[in-house]
Design a protein around this ligand. Sequence first.
Ligand SMILES: NC(=O)C1=CN([C@@H]2O[C@H](COP(=O)(O)OP(=O)(O)OC[C@H]3O[C@@H](n4cnc5c(N)ncnc54)[C@H](OP(=O)(O)O)[C@@H]3O)[C@@H](O)[C@H]2O)C=CC1
Ligand SMILES: CC(C)(CO)C(=O)C(=O)O
Length: 328
Amino acid sequence: MRRDRAGCAEVAVVSDPVRVCVVGVGAIGSLYAAHLGRAEEVEVWAYDIVEAHVAAINDGGLRVTGRADFVSPVRATSDAAAIPPCALGIVATKAEHTATAMAAVAHVFTDGAVASVQNGLGNEEVVAEFAPRVIRGSILPAGALAGPGVVRLDSLGPTWLGPFEPQPARAEEIELLARLLTEGGLPAEAMADARGAQWGKVAFNAATSPIAALTGLSIGQLGERPDLRALVEALAAETTRVCEAIGVDPPDPVTTLEREIVNAYAHKPSMLQDVLARRRTEVDVLTGGVASAARDAGVRAPLHEALTALVHGLEASWAATSESGMRH
Ligand SMILES: NC(=O)C1=CN([C@@H]2O[C@H](COP(=O)(O)OP(=O)(O)OC[C@H]3O[C@@H](n4cnc5c(N)ncnc54)[C@H](OP(=O)(O)O)[C@@H]3O)[C@@H](O)[C@H]2O)C=CC1
Ligand SMILES: CC(C)(CO)C(=O)C(=O)O
């Protein structure tokens, strides 16, 4: 038995770990699960439908490569019933899969607070259908899956967390998640109001992701071209008008672009990753989400309308190509 300086017996206080479940462990979910797994007081669960990835994580841990190099202990499963109740959740599926994923794991969060770290508008509203308390999250870390059990960190940006006003998480839950992420190596800030931060991220994605998706250029390559940068600035001006109309004051997306050219030059935005894999993109909650918010606010956003239509056209071309392939 250990004794303190006065010779009294020291009682080791062992507190229960905080259980966190990451829902959807593709690129971003894997980065968040792996970093959280390094924080001392956390037990990380990862839920995903990709069985090869889940099996690899359980066999050898979740490996992070690229800007970091470590292996993290994460309990992964495709069986939602195997996950115990968790105090905190992080949703990192693509927007169109949120409802299906959250429906499967709702029992895990009957008394939990769940953060969306997804891009775009409207994700928290869907999470709130399945969890009692919700955290509004916006993030700048970037990455891509590199194989089963392996995720590549392309850049390490901030995470902003705040209450989802209609169904808010408690301030101490938001602060706890921010602290655990920061301890794990992903700097996170707990905010009393994260709406400006979220609109800043939405404005940045809405302006840059479709350009990357349509041109195939990385964030750095598109950001250093004067012609595309002028387009980003024109798109940002449209978002500014929407934000003025709805009363939020986001950071300037062009400043974010400057930072990302340096921090994430070679990163292919997730919308470009979707296009390369011929998966439906999230354009409707990003550029299309801004176009729709503009219509609701009575503001014009013709560039957002045009880019949304172009990305939809690109998606339609894949079906058209496979149909015409079947005919010839
Ligand atoms: N990649 C990046 O650098 C960044 C991405 N984001 C945002 O983060 C979110 C996640 O993106 P990203 O990580 O790139 O996406 P990924 O496609 O890499 O990961 C999503 C994961 O969720 C899985 N999934 C799909 N449906 C379900 C379900 N019903 N239950 C459980 N898991 C499911 C997917 O499986 P399957 O592959 O079979 O569909 C996949 O493994 C998006 O909103 C994106 O915009 C934000 C910042 C940066
Ligand atoms: C990392 C970043 C900011 C790059 O656009 C992103 O949000 C994405 O890849 O979807």
